[in-house]
Design a protein around this ligand. Structure first.
Ligand SMILES: Nc1ncnc2c1ncn2[C@@H]1O[C@H](COP(=O)(O)OP(=O)(O)O)[C@@H](O)[C@H]1O
Ligand SMILES: CC(=O)OP(=O)(O)O
Ligand SMILES: [Mg+2]
Length: 405
């Protein structure tokens, strides 16, 4: 059975096609700059040359059509016909309190994803557009929604409620939901396999640090607390998002700078974080390079980013009364040896001891980067949200496909 996984953002769409017999990737790629005349498709069929194609792709429906077409292309494709796409799985960022697991998409599920637009305006609209676009192109194929929030539905009320009047929760469902759940769940499961102990016996802290970034306290395999909140803005300092700030800054900024609600929202989501402190650099690679060349703002941005991350690790160690393993994942977590080193060198209090050579060694793959005598195991586990989505899609749509496949 072949499963197509779609991760639709506001202006981009990433995809991976899996053959679930052995969980092999048949092809993957992305469409960037959707909505423009110079949209770009990058397609990597397994075992063949990568293809890049610039063309006008005006919306997600057209982008999905383009992806499906290249998957069945006689030369660059990997399938003989579109009938060989048996199910489609989507990453949906916000599932509110309705979804604590993955679900088959039906009218009710689509309505609920739409109802949650207010809570994830940067993410949910793209996901629904992706679902509708697949429906338009492949009307009979089962679709499954996999939510970033689902894994965090196990958080206890003391972790997910905000200390504000109850009416906001009762009437508007204002609470902490948490995100990147598919990733936190995947890397914690993988780390337990590497450690060789059941997840149900372990206390872990996983750091998903990419463009968006969050830390999760995983107690015996379940999310116990996580740094993102009602929206993906709370918690860590990120590429362009502020993370935690004093909420009083919002009305203050609106008053002093005459900002509208939209403007202040955009300031905190798109013009803050590393980007703001460094004076225009939002990418960790650029920050590290500039800091090494003596740029003081870049150095300050790095220091703040690392310090805020480390404070969360300390908080979650206290929340769980200790921890056995620390896991790094996503773009920065997997690739920045400097960030990992700075964090770990300042956690010796907990008995963390880095294996400097293992940490500095380039190259991907799951690996332990703590010394043999470290009290806490420190791991790098490349995330694989797409594989998790493919597995859930396979499970959830198998029943529907039984008679025909
Ligand atoms: N070698 C590297 N060193 C430091 N940071 C890196 C490196 N490679 C990638 N990154 C960071 O990873 C980030 C992207 O992470 P990723 O998980 O792909 O994000 P997203 O999925 O949210 O787009 C980039 O902003 C970049 O700063
Ligand atoms: C939820 C979230 O922040 O996702 P991303 O890191 O993909 O922006
Ligand atoms: Mg990501």
């Amino acid at each position: 059975m072949n499963v197509l996984v779609i991760n639709a953002g506001s202006s981009s769409l990433k995809y991976q096609l899996f053959d679930m017999t052995h969980e092999t990737v048949l092809a993957k790629g992305k469409v960037e700059r959707i909505g423009m005349e110079t949209a770009m498709l990058t397609h990597e069929p397994a075992g063949k040359q990568e293809i890049r194609e610039v063309s006008e792709i005006l919306d997600h429906t057209a982008a999905i059509r383009k992806v499906l077409r290249i998957l069945v292309h006689p030369k660059e494709g990997v399938l003989e016909s579109m009938e060989q796409v048996h199910a489609v799985g989507h990453r949906v960022v916000h599932g509110g309190e309705t979804f604590s697991g993955s679900v088959r998409v039906d009218e009710e599920v689509k309505r609920e994803i739409k109802r949650l637009f207010d809570l994830a305006p940067l993410h949910n609209p793209g996901a629904l557009t992706g679902i509708l676009a697949v429906e338009a192109n492949l009307p009979d194929v089962p679709q499954v929604a996999v939510f970033d929030t689902a894994f965090h539905q196990t958080m206890p009320p003391k972790a997910f409620l905000y200390p504000i009047p109850g009416v906001f929760y009762r009437k508007h469902r204002v609470r902490r939901y948490g995100f990147h759940g598919t990733s936190h769940q995947y890397v914690s499961g993988r780390a337990a396999e590497l450690i060789g102990r059941p997840l149900s016996e372990l206390k872990m802290i996983s750091c998903h640090i990419g463009n968006g970034a969050s830390v999760t306290a995983i107690l015996h395999g379940r999310s116990y607390d996580t740094s993102m909140g009602m929206t993906p803005l709370e918690g860590l300092m990120m590429g362009t998002r502020s993370g935690d700030i004093d909420p009083a800054i919002v009305p203050f900024a609106m008053d002093k700078e005459d900002l509208s609600l939209n403007e202040v929202n955009s300031m905190l989501n798109k013009h803050s974080g590393l980007f703001a402190v460094s004076g225009g650099l939002g990418d960790m690679r650029e920050i590290v390079e500039a800091a090494e060349q003596g740029d003081r703002n870049a150095k300050l941005a790095f220091d703040m980013y690392e310090y805020r991350l480390r404070k969360y690790i300390g908080a979650y160690a206290a929340a769980m009364n200790g921890f056995d393993a620390l896991v790094f994942t996503a773009g920065v977590g997997e690739n920045s040896a400097l960030l990992r080193k700075t964090v770990c060198d300042n956690l010796t209090f907990f008995g963390v001891k880095l294996d400097e050579a293992a940490n500095a060694r380039p190259g991907g793959g799951d690996r332990r980067i703590s010394a043999d005598d470290s009290a806490i195991g420190v791991w790098v586990v490349p995330t694989n949200e797409e594989l998790m989505i493919a597995r859930d899609t396979f499970e959830a749509s198998r029943a529907a496909l039984q008679p025909s496949t």
